[in-house]
Design a protein around this ligand. Structure first.
Ligand SMILES: *[C@@H]1O[C@H](CO)[C@@H](O)[C@H](O)[C@H]1NC(C)=O
Ligand SMILES: *[C@@H]1O[C@H](CO)[C@@H](O)[C@H](O)[C@H]1NC(C)=O
Length: 473
């Protein structure tokens, strides 16, 4: 006992040391109610699998004496679960109560008495007023997924009635009550294990939680639980890591999630809160992977644009370029130099990026001759939306500030390049970023979950997704 408690304590240590979650998920009573509806169909199927073994024995029945009997081939023909309810038990789990349930069974009987008289027929047994109560405990498994189990199950049968077909009625009336009792016991004994099995069957669904959701070649998101589920009287709250990592290489960023709490809303089945930390961990990963850089060539500029990526266009603003590199095409490299910073304010998602823009002239032998390096501070606004089971976005440019980093073509007025670089951002860089953002980032999901009646709201430091869910198949 001591050893087991100690082991349990050791198992809890990493949880108490864990950091704040990046993502929070709240399952409301409405969500639980939907779960009950789905679960009852499974429960009914389970209880239909009750197997009543053949029964035989001898009973003394006056006035005829010993009667040998056997009951065989008993099959459940119907299970009804007309009344069930789930409720939250704070700190513990979920209580499931099933009332007024009934089970009907059909079987064959056979008797032998007075040494030579044999008789047989069939019978129907109806078990009514069946009550089942159990608690469902929820915890986190070693992979950070939720697991459920049935604890403290109790099943009682209110009444049973048996109806014999064929044979002499005087006889079976004599031991009817005995048979009632025997069969009731057999069934009561099987109900709780089947209930436990129906509940643990849910784990195969829960095991599909995408604790490591692949995003693309660079990144994956970890959605494992960082602490045990918190059960209050209105919801089950799960704390998930909600952190982007480089695929296969889990390096922590130089910042960590700050605590946040979801508003006490209960209209939807599910609420998902994603912190700005999650978004910033993505920025960290993509920047570190070198994914936030882009070479821009003239073929990426729309045909109709008067600005071309050549030394003639740039020569208008910086005459030295036209003089030193006449008639050449150019190439720009836009590259972030530190992690873009994402902020969430109510109804406002802003991304600030610090980048460099390096301009090159392309020599006829393909050598790139550097012309200048600009420092670029830009700010974009993001619109975030749900697309299937993914979170997607689109950004628009707010502002851009340029300063000179290095020039290989003498002094020039940086502001003279504002228009051309704004155009490059708007028609090349931002569409590329948006094409990427439109692909979306997987949300935490279980099985074939679909979101319906979904709203997304950006609040201070996190965004809140309120949604109902639907499971198909
Ligand atoms: C959004 O927030 C940023 C700072 O986080 C601010 O500069 C900007 O003006 C805000 N935009 C709106 C539309 O409120
Ligand atoms: C390519 O051409 C440039 C300009 O004519 C020259 O300076 C450079 O050495 C050449 N590079 C190679 C590898 O030929």
């Amino acid at each position: 006992m001591l050893l087991c408690c100690w082991l349990a304590l050791v198992a809890l240590v990493p949880l108490t040391l864990s950091t704040n979650p990046g993502v929070k998920v709240k399952l409301t009573e409405r969500g639980l109610e939907y779960g009950r509806q789905l679960g009852m169909a499974t429960m009914q199927q389970k209880l239909k699998s009750i197997k009543v073994p053949d029964q035989s024995g001898t009973e003394k029945v006056s006035p005829i004496g010993k009667v040998q009997y056997s009951l065989s081939n008993m099959q459940i023909v119907n299970v009804g679960l007309p009344q069930s309810a789930v409720s939250l038990v704070p700190g513990t789990g979920v209580k499931l109560s099933i009332g007024k349930a009934f089970i009907s069974l059909h079987g064959n009987w056979r008797v032998k008495y007075l040494r030579i008289i044999k008789d047989k027929g069939s019978f129907d047994l109806n078990v009514n007023g069946l009550t089942i109560t159990t608690s469902i405990a929820i915890r986190s498994d070693e992979t950070g997924r939720p697991v459920v189990s049935s604890v403290n199950c109790a099943a009682t049968v209110g009444s049973a009635s048996i109806k014999f077909h064929g044979g002499a009625s005087w006889l079976y009336n004599l031991f009817k009550s005995f048979i009632d009792k025997a069969l009731r016991k057999v069934m009561e004994k099987q109900i709780c294990p089947l209930v436990a099995s129906a509940i643990s069957d849910l784990n195969s669904q829960l095991k599909t939680l995408n604790v490591l959701a692949k995003v693309d070649q660079y990144a994956e998101i970890e959605y494992s639980m960082v602490s045990s589920p918190i059960i209050s009287n209105s919801a089950i709250d799960l704390n998930l890591k909600g952190e982007f990592y480089n695929t296969g290489k889990h390096q922590e960023p130089p910042f960590s999630p700050t605590a946040f709490s979801l508003p006490p809303k209960t209209d939807n089945m599910l609420y998902i809160g994603m912190s700005v930390f999650s978004a910033n961990s993505a920025a960290f990963v993509y920047n570190k992977a070198g994914a936030l850089s882009l070479y821009i060539t003239d073929d990426m500029i729309p045909q109709g644009s008067p600005f071309r990526l050549n030394t003639r266009t740039f020569g208008v603003f910086i005459p030295e370029i036209a003089k030193q590199f006449p008639g050449l095409m150019m190439k720009l490299l836009v590259k972030t130099v530190k992690n873009p910073i994402i902020t969430f304010q109510p109804n406002n998602v802003t991304v600030q990026a610090t980048a460099t823009v390096t301009a090159y002239a392309i020599q006829p032998n393909s050598t790139l001759s550097p012309l200048f390096v600009l420092n670029m501070e830009s700010s974009v606004s993001a619109h975030i939306f749900i697309s299937g089971m993914r979170l997607a976005g689109a950004v628009t440019l707010n502002k851009m500030d340029l300063t000179l980093g290095t020039s290989y073509v003498g002094q020039f007025q940086v502001s003279s390049l504002d228009n051309i670089l704004q155009m490059v951002l708007k028609v090349v860089v931002i569409p590329k970023v948006n094409a990427q953002l439109a692909k979306g980032y997987p949300l935490p999901t279980i099985g074939k979950m679909k979101l319906v009646n979904t709203q997304l709201q950006v609040l201070k430091d996190y965004m809140l997704i309120g949604t109902d869910v639907k499971f198909n198949g």
